[in-house]
Design a protein around this ligand. Structure first.
Ligand code: ADP
Ligand code: ZN
Ligand code: ZN
Length: 660
């Protein structure tokens, strides 16, 4: 008997056996269409077998083994299997996610004209002379053969990208392929351009979810065939098949967007490290503010620390100043110092950025006499005032409604927007500085890639004087005229319940501050706060990431938080909170007997407890040992799959969760 074991995209943790009379070893890793229910499905052949656990007469025969593209290599299947095991997600869900949608559906893109190498490679006189620290980093990457992880720590502008490019160059010269992961490719067209300019003769493939189906499938096939020499992509690119992969780079490795928050909840950075280990190749993790996990690995010797201590071109780091707002009456949230700074930049013809990580006009609309506030009916969240298009919007579920003319409860017509978002700041700044061109950059104004490119172009062309922006502007951009960054409303993150909030705030402020003074104009960063002595802000003033990270790690060690413990979160959602919590309690009971060296906490409602009319609860599982946690989760999941649950309840497991 010839049986293929097929990974199908179904929420069932097993493979599906089918008869395939003509299948052979060489078909492992091929896509296959099989009958399923009343229709058919396409999956991936994960293995062959002579006998099945199913009764022989129950086995159906495959519709077709798809041999129109090369089989996916064994190491690709092994990567998917690792993710399936580690994230406790059925293999078919992993392979399905790892394939571009078109290939997943059993189709192939039409052939495109092959891209002939355009021009001669850049000659070596054109390249900058590496600084000693950069040279040391490049040398270290190739100093020893085999797997090693290097943490490249250097502030914005310290020349990390230059190190990546040299390392890639080295790999290409040896006939290898390089994989570079970036947090958000839509935000980093500059990088794409820079890589293409450096390697004009190389075939560069991009991989991100914003691409058209056919283009993504073509890129995947080019990588699989070994034609693509450089793959540049977002988190999903970690699954690109690369038969001659010799180097992985993860830029901005601390960025939360490397963790997928739905479906396969994987961390592309962690998977990339595993993949480098699997292939026995080096991996470079780069950041100005490494994740505390990676920093911890580097200080304990698991990773090699590489420091780029100074900026490559601009002489100095921006001066960071703390503006104490405790005794000051702010004008629409802005201090006299920041207003003066903006005025000064205007006079000098330089650009400024006011950074506020909250879009919309105001976070809530309220009726003071009766106490009504604009709340989303479906979520435990307020509806945000968007004055520009006269709407109230839920930033969680997308619900929107016109701004009411009067209070729905008492009829009062004097409704007040409370708090401040980027739209309100934009309005205020335009009134305050009538001569200035104020430009708002957030997900509303840059709602499409085209609009985003247009905004970037006008900033570069010097068509804006004052930018008002969210974290969208913080990443990867070089604005030569920008010399002042003002951060407002940052304090909220200091005391957030999430233990990772300070880490994120520090990274964000460091990153947004790094936007200023990149060229020959010195930069200045003003941070408005009511906590001027807070160690996080003091570390920013001193540009001292290491001090900040060390203090944070000490706190985490005492509290037993990651990286000193390992966590998984079981989440459940249902129409009612009782159902969600009842399921989690049952799950906890089922797990109690299995828990060896693992702590199961009490189920609790999630902080954002209602989303899209579903009530959500969570159960935290923690252990001082990763293997102990993994062993537990494996056994526990078997029980969870057979646990009785009310209709409409959904649950998932999140390993190494980032959000609490
Ligand atoms: P990062 O990735 O750390 O932000 P980059 O690699 O982009 O830093 O370098 C910042 C700027 O300095 C870029 O314009 C780059 O071309 C330039 N640069 C990098 N290394 C050198 C060097 N060794 N000599 C001169 N310029 C350099
Ligand atoms: Zn909502
Ligand atoms: Zn009212």
């Amino acid at each position: 008997m010839n049986i293929v074991r097929v990974a199908l995209d179904l929420p069932v943790p097993r493979l599906f056996d089918y008869l395939a009379p003509d299948a052979s070893e060489s078909d492992i890793g091929r896509r296959v269409t099989v009958p399923f229910g009343k229709g058919s499905r396409t999956g991936v052949i994960a293995g062959l077998a002579a006998v099945s656990e199913q009764p022989e007469d129950k086995l159906k025969t495959v519709v077709e083994v798809l041999r129109d593209m090369p089989a996916l290599p064994a190491e690709w299947l092994a990567l998917c299997e690792f993710c399936s095991c580690y994230y406790h997600t059925p293999l078919g869900e992993v392979t399905s996610f790892a394939l571009p949608p078109m290939l997943r559906r059993g189709k192939l893109p039409r052939r495109s004209k092959s891209l002939a190498p355009a021009s001669a490679p850049a000659s070596a006189p054109d390249l900058p002379q590496l600084l000693a620290a950069q040279q040391a980093a490049v040398t270290a990457i190739f100093a020893t053969a085999g797997f090693h992880a290097l943490l490249l720590h250097g502030v914005t502008g310290s020349g990390k990208t230059e190190v990546y490019l040299r390392a890639i160059d080295n790999v290409l010269a040896r006939g290898g392929q390089a994989l570079m992961l970036v947090p958000e490719i839509a935000l980093t067209p500059q990088l794409e351009g820079r890589v293409a300019a450096r390697f004009p003769a190389a075939q560069i493939v991009c991989a991100n979810s914003g691409m058209a189906d056919a283009a993504r499938a073509r890129g995947f096939l080019a990588a699989l065939a070994g034609d693509a020499e450089i793959v540049l992509g977002t988190r999903l690119a970690v699954f690109m098949p690369l038969p001659r992969l010799q180097l992985i780079i993860v830029d901005e490795e601390h960025d939360a967007s490397f963790k997928q928050q739905e479906g396969l909840r994987y961390s592309a950075r962690d998977v990339a490290v595993w993949r480098a280990h699997q292939l026995n190749i080096p991996i470079v993790l780069g950041s100005a503010t490494p994740s505390l996990e990676s920093f911890h690995h580097a200080t304990t010797g698991r990773y090699q620390m590489l420091e780029l201590p100074q900026r490559a071109v601009a002489e100095a780091m921006p001066v960071v100043r703390i503006v104490d707002t405790r005794r000051e009456k702010l004008q629409e949230g802005l201090s006299a110092a920041l207003l003066a700074g903006l005025q000064q930049r205007l006079e000098r013809g330089e650009q400024s950025l006011v950074f506020l990580n909250r879009r919309g006009y105001a976070p809530v609309l309220a009726c003071p006499p009766c106490g009504w506030i604009s709340r989303c009916r479906r979520c435990a969240a307020n509806l945000v005032v968007h004055l520009a298009d006269q709407r109230l919007r839920c930033h969680h579920c997308g619900y929107e409604a016109l701004i009411p003319r009067a209070c729905p409860d008492c009829g009062n017509v004097d409704l007040l927007p409370f708090g401040r978002g980027t739209q309100r700041l934009e309005t205020m700044l335009a009134e305050r500085f009538p001569a200035a061109r104020v430009l708002r950059v957030d997900r509303d104004s840059a709602s499409t890639p085209k609009k985003w490119q247009a905004l970037l172009a006008s900033i570069h062309a010097g068509e804006a004087d004052i930018l008002v922006g969210t974290q969208m502007l913080a990443k990867g951009h070089d604005f030569p005229l920008l010399t002042l960054v003002g951060a407002v409303g940052a304090d909220a993150a200091l005391f957030a319940a999430d233990f990772r909030a300070p880490e994120r705030l520090f990274a964000q402020l460091m990153q947004v501050g790094g936007r200023s003074g990149r060229a020959d104009l010195p930069g200045e960063v003003l941070i408005q706060t009511e906590y001027p002595e807070h160690p996080l802000y003091r570390a920013l003033v001193d540009h001292d990431y290491v001090r900040f990270a060390t203090t944070q790690l000490d706190e985490r060690r005492i509290a037993g938080f990651p990286p000193f413990s390992f966590q998984a979160m079981l989440r459940a959602e249902a129409r009612g909170m009782e159902q969600s919590l009842a399921f989690l309690h049952a799950a906890r009971c089922a797990g109690a007997a299995l828990a060896d060296g693992v702590t199961l906490y009490d189920p609790v409602p999630m902080r954002m407890q209602r989303l899209m009319a579903l009530e959500r609860g969570q159960l935290l599982v923690e252990s001082a040992s990763r293997p102990a946690l993994q062993a537990f989760l494996g056994k526990w999941m078997d029980q969870l799959y057979v646990l009785k649950m009310p209709a409409g309840l959904r649950w998932h497991l999140d390993v190494d969760p980032l959000e609490f």
